[in-house]
Design a binder for this molecule. Structure first.
Ligand code: ADP
Length: 208
């Protein structure tokens, strides 16, 4: 069975950076709705034209659009070892849709890792990224909107996943290497627990 991981955190928490490392280390497929939407804007597709203004302001694109993008990817990569969801889900409706989409394909979210970073550090990171990369939605006004949306619409996912017993928190304030190490520990521990459960099941089955 594959590993489906949700990387969770506010904008600029470092989700993309960590997702890319996990792709290299574990052969998982990164599904970043932000990257998909930016690609659509760049290539000037109908979808891109529709969402460009929304994204530049720092607002959320509609649930229907991002859910459709994710479902399309799930159906394209049926042989993937697992998925890392990066920047998705961002609303409770998206999280419910993801659960349903995975269940319909005999999969589920196995783990949710929250990168914890304080707001002050985020603002500093984003100012730097704006200077370096010039992403429109990294300007201070749009960033304020993004952070507001995160607190209002995305943070409620924390209790949603905590209730499912899937949530682990990782300190996102340390350097990239240390964050990667913490994530590795979480995933290793979880696969050990999963393996023990399986052994326990077979031991019971065979009366040992
Ligand atoms: P960051 O993690 O730095 O906020 P992303 O690349 O994940 O950046 O997202 C950039 C923008 O793309 C968001 O501000 C939003 O407009 C849009 N977007 C990305 N993912 C979603 C999503 N799951 N739901 C709605 N909008 C999204």
């Amino acid at each position: 069975m594959g590993l489906n991981l949700v990387l969770f955190g506010p904008p600029a928490a470092g989700k993309g950076t960590q997702a890319k490392r996990l792709v290299a280390e574990r052969g998982l497929l990164q599904l970043s709705t932000g990257d998909m939407l930016r690609a659509a804007c760049k290539s000037g597709t109908e979808l891109g034209k529709k969402v460009a203004g929304i994204m530049d302001r720092g607002d959320l694109v509609s649930d229907e659009i991002v859910i459709a993008l994710i479902e399309e990817q799930l159906d394209t990569h049926t042989d993937a070892a697992g998925f890392i969801f990066d920047g998705f889900p961002r609303t409770v409706a998206q999280a419910e849709a993801l659960d349903a989409a995975l269940a319909a394909r005999d999969m589920r979210v196995n783990s949710v890792i929250r990168l914890k970073v304080d707001d002050e550090a985020l603002v500093k990171r984003i100012i730097k990224r704006f200077e370096e990369e010039g992403r429109k939605d990294d300007n201070p006004d749009a960033f304020k909107v993004r952070l507001g949306n995160y607190n209002k619409q995305t943070a409620p996912l924390l209790p949603f996943y905590a209730k499912q017993g899937k949530l682990t928190e990782v300190d996102g304030m340390t350097d990239i290497e240390s964050v990667a190490l913490s994530i590795r520990h979480v995933l290793d521990r979880q696969s050990e627990i999963a393996a023990t459960k399986k052994t326990g099941f077979f031991a019971r089955l065979f009366g040992r």
